[in-house]
Design a protein around this ligand. Structure first.
Ligand SMILES: *Cc1c(COP(=O)(O)O)cnc(C)c1O
Length: 429
């Protein structure tokens, strides 16, 4: 469920009229609901904490889903940790108030300077993905006189997810050390001065809407924990990754209960029962996906003999999911359509000069005119965080709503910022 609904004929985010935001901030604009973020975080962390009563459960929000400072501060204030994948994300997590001992550093290709920065900050855990990274981390940390706590990210050879581009757990994917290698690496790590191995991690994919693939992968991990312990290794932590999916095709009056979260948590409780490990979770999309929309204005209509194009002021550089993953987003007009109003099939497209800049084709919507506002729903995850300045378009502003208040938590980029970052080569200056 989320906190976007019609009131007096207009779409509201909590108690804020979106027409007011469009007037004040302009379009396109991302708008996030604090109440939705808080609700999803609380639901998820309560469920996993209840399902694993003997183990400690830690929730690390995967901030690549949405790294807006207002969103991060909202989650840090609730006691969430952060799952990061770059030095930039670690820096931003620290700036948002996440304590270092609640920060996890994941990612396939961490550089020496990134690892050094992470160790210097005293972060909670590095999730190691390759043998080379193990060597590098130990060298970097011991040079600093430190021993960094770490886990091995294991590739369980079970992939899942809504699209091939977001499946990560198959042995065909680039992620993690293979199952057969973990024992040998654990033994090597035991003699290294700069690392202290604490356990294992996995992350099998994104937008996963069932629990079976998780259960199969987690069961393999539990067996691996037993094998490693039998060889005398210390396994105290099991980081179960993120990836739980959300409904994108939501009828306006449908209340999605916490069913999938509860089924997931119950499964985790069942599979890890009696294991005596601390559990880690890295949800991203689940926390912020439904909590955001991208509001855009209709620029032009372009009627064709066979179809009607609706050209809007947002484009694939602002929200790339449809172009990149064939992703579906509900489209709600900001002015509430009257019941029974006639509908037209639109191809909703952005201004960029390539056919991939299409948000949807043949979508039935009430009649729209230039100047009308529409909202791409469920755009809080992998929306703004994947945006770019392609076509020299300005990065879209982001607005965080709380009750009747709202704040611009990232202003629209300026043309000075956009153009001022380039440098002419001296021979052309
Ligand atoms: C992307 C990612 C996540 C979050 O995935 P969601 O589908 O947004 O929950 C968690 N852990 C790792 C290692 C990731 O790469």
């Amino acid at each position: 469920m989320h906190h976007f609904s019609y009131r007096d004929g207009s779409l509201f985010a909590e108690d804020v009229d979106l027409r007011e935001v469009a007037d004040a901030v302009g379009t396109p604009v991302y708008v996030y609901s604090s109440a939705t973020i808080e609700r999803h975080y609380r639901l998820f962390s309560a469920a996993v904490k209840a399902a694993a009563p003997t183990a400690k459960a830690h929730v690390f929000y995967a901030m690549k889903a949405n790294g807006n400072l207002g969103v991060l501060k909202t989650l840090a204030a609730l006691g969430a940790g952060a799952d990061t994948v770059s030095e930039g994300e670690i820096r931003k997590a620290l700036a948002a108030g996440f304590p270092p001992d609640r920060i996890v550093f994941s990612g396939v290709g961490k550089s020496e300077s990134e690892l050094r920065y992470a160790v210097e900050q005293g972060i909670y855990q590095v999730n190691i993905e390759t043998e080379g990274e193990l060597d590098l981390l130990s060298r970097v940390a011991s040079a600093l006189g430190k021993r960094q706590e770490a886990v091995f990210r294991v590739n369980p050879d079970i992939g899942a997810g809504g699209h091939a581009k977001i499946t990560t757990g198959s042995s065909e994917n680039k992620f993690g050390v293979s199952f057969e290698e973990v024992g040998r690496l654990y033994t090597r790590a035991a003699n290294m001065p700069g690392v202290r191995m604490m356990g294992l991690a996995l992350h099998i994919g994104s937008q996963i809407r069932e629990t079976e693939s998780y259960e199969a992968a987690y069961a393999k991990m539990v067996a691996l924990v037993g094998d490693l312990r039998a060889e005398g290794h210390r396994v105290e932590r099991l980081d179960l990754g993120g990836g739980l999916g959300i409904p994108y095709d939501i009828p306006k009056d449908f209340d999605h209960g916490p069913d999938l979260i509860e089924a997931y948590a119950a499964m985790v409780g069942r599979v890890t029962k009696g294991l005596d490990v601390e559990l880690g979770f890295e949800p991203g999309r689940l926390i912020v996906g439904n909590a955001g929309i991208l509001m855009t204005r209709v620029l032009h209509l372009n009627p064709r003999p066979t179809k009607q194009f609706l050209v809007v002021d947002a484009a694939m550089n602002d929200l790339v999911r449809p172009a990149m993953y064939e992703a579906y987003h509900e489209i709600w007009p900001v002015s509430e359509p009257e019941a029974g109003a006639p509908e037209i099939a639109y191809d909703v497209v952005g201004p960029i000069c390539e056919s991939g800049d299409t948000f949807t084709t043949g979508r039935l919507l009430p009649t729209l005119r230039p100047g009308d506002l529409i909202a791409f729903m469920t755009a809080g995850a992998y929306g703004a965080s994947m945006s770019s300045t392609y076509n020299q378009r300005l990065l879209v502003p982001e607005v965080l709503v709380k009750g009747a208040d709202y704040a611009v938590t990232r202003p629209r980029q300026s043309y000075e910022d956009l153009l001022g970052t380039d440098r002419a080569p001296p021979w052309l200056a």
